[in-house]
Design a protein around this ligand. Structure first.
Ligand code: SF4
Length: 381
């Protein structure tokens, strides 16, 4: 119904309710597939009176099937894909004298902030699309072909913790053309609303599994949802890509926790890699100013606009800046990571298959065409 629900943490965006668009798509004769971001699974339960941090992945999948989606997939799959591309890009920049630091590009909130406020630094973000956009690009090509569906007959819906993802999905470079990546974005709260509208007894649903091939994921992808998680996931893969050795201890505790800015030097087989992580745009500004002035010397940086990262997104159940609540959501994601047999993105068998059957190598020409993007300088506000 297009009414204002909340305001994005960047202060630049107003949330539009997309629930009716999703119902219309489900009731159309198109194939409607849905993907769910990592942070949604540890917060959706709160809409139904459950404890913050409760992991409700299985119930969420079951509810999405009952709502009428044709296939239920996982943005975590695309987070693993993002790591393949982003770790390759980092290695490429380190080995070929490219621009450093590399800034992770999953968060459209801070990307927009950068385009407005630091438009002289547009050569440092990774060119990787964010995971849900990568998912859309693969769904409208590889998956559509496998399913025998024309891209124009497929609707991709993203369930995100984020208001800024609605703006991101509408960026011209990501939304123009018949096979544009993502058609509709709704938030965790909007999904809660749909489940209530359909009178589904969410708490008592039996757990169900994601569909495949875009439903398989590793522990590395699920920690994307909390501050420090993207860079930790990238390091797990970059270490093994750079050294050809097995990384035994995958948890980088130095990059975890709710401190506004974290800095660490990670030893990759004798090579020191300087990392910084920040959440909240005030901290991002401080970090970027240190880089601009030459005061800081990092190889890679992760910036998330919301407090705690996506677990604290503006589309999540309201948290009112309660850091204890956000820590519970983060702990839910770390627990999910520890429960997985595979905890490194490059070990995901479906990702390997995707490269073998369709993309070729990570960072290949085809991968660039589908999975990478560009940024534009915008007027300072
Ligand atoms: Fe969206 Fe916030 Fe996550 Fe950025 S940190 S992607 S603005 S939810």
């Amino acid at each position: 119904c297009g009414q204002c629900l909340a305001v994005c943490p960047t202060g630049a965006l107003t949330e539009v309710n997309n629930v009716s668009k999703v119902w219309d798509a489900i009731n159309s004769n198109k194939v409607v597939i849905v993907q769910t971001a990592p942070a949604v699974r540890v917060a959706l339960g709160e809409e139904f009176g459950m404890e913050p941090g409760s992991l409700v992945t299985g119930q969420m999948v079951a509810a999405l099937r009952r709502l009428g989606f044709d296939k239920v997939f996982d943005t975590d799959f695309a987070a693993d894909l993002t790591i393949m591309e982003e770790a390759s890009e980092l290695i490429h920049r380190i080995q070929h004298g490219g621009k450093l630091p590399l800034l992770t590009s999953c968060c459209p909130g801070w990307i927009k902030f950068l385009e407005h406020q630091f438009s002289d630094m547009l050569d440092i973000p990774s060119t990787c699309k964010s995971p849900h956009e990568m998912f859309g690009a693969i769904a409208k090509t590889y998956l559509a072909e496998k399913m025998g569906v024309k891209p124009e007959d497929m609707v991709v819906v993203s369930i995100m913790p984020c208001v800024a993802k609605k703006y991101e999905a509408a960026r011209p470079e990501l939304s123009e053309g018949p096979d544009h990546d993502v058609d509709i974005v709704i938030t965790t709260r909007e999904l809660g609303l749909m489940i209530k509208e359909a009178c589904i007894d969410f708490v008592n649903l039996d757990e169900e599994e994601f569909d495949n091939p875009l439903g398989e994921s590793t522990g590395a992808s699920v920690i994307f949802g909390t501050t420090g998680g993207v860079i930790e996931a990238a390091l797990r893969t970059a270490y093994e890509m750079l050294t050809n050795k097995t990384l035994e201890f995958v948890e980088f505790q130095q990059l975890r926790g709710m401190q506004g800015i974290k800095e660490a030097t990670i030893d990759i087989d004798g090579m020191p890699i300087n990392i910084a992580v920040s959440h909240g745009l005030g901290n991002a500004r401080k970090l970027l100013e240190k880089i601009r002035s030459g005061e800081a010397n990092y190889h890679a940086i992760e910036i998330m606009a919301c407090p705690g990262g996506c677990i604290g997104g503006a589309g999540q159940p309201f948290h009112h800046g309660d850091m204890t609540l956000l820590e519970k959501r983060a702990n839910g994601l770390y627990k999910d990571d520890r429960s997985k047999t595979l905890r490194k993105s490059h070990k995901n068998p479906m990702i390997k298959k995707l490269y073998d059957e369709f993309l070729g190598e990570p960072y290949s020409e085809k991968a660039h065409e589908l999975l990478h993007t560009e940024y534009v300088a915008r007027k300072k506000v």
